[in-house]
Design a protein. Structure first.
Length: 92
């Protein structure tokens, strides 16, 4: 159970991190951007950790308080879910 859930969070986190990098690059080049609702959607469904890391790594959306606080809260919540699933089910 833990491995499945952690793999799910990992895949969505990598996706969110990549989306933050792509959106940052497109912002710099004034290209087509990824809609904010898509960034939020991936973060909400399990990519909060990757979205927060991507935001900090690429310094993207850091001036937007709702992104800074929202992604941080999602990352904390999703990390807590992972810890809870691990303590309840272990690697079974």
């Amino acid at each position: 159970m833990f491995l499945v859930i952690s793999a799910y969070f990992a895949i969505l986190s990598v996706m969110a991190l990549a989306m933050m990098k792509i959106d940052k690059r497109q912002a710099q080049k004034r290209g087509q951007r990824i809609p904010e609702k898509n960034l939020w959607r991936v973060a909400l469904f399990g990519g909060g950790i990757g979205a927060y890391i991507g935001m900090m790594m690429f310094r993207h959306k850091t001036k937007h308080t709702n992104f800074r606080l929202g992604f941080l809260m999602l990352a904390i919540l999703q990390a807590a879910v992972l810890v809870w699933v691990y303590t309840e089910f272990g690697f079974d």
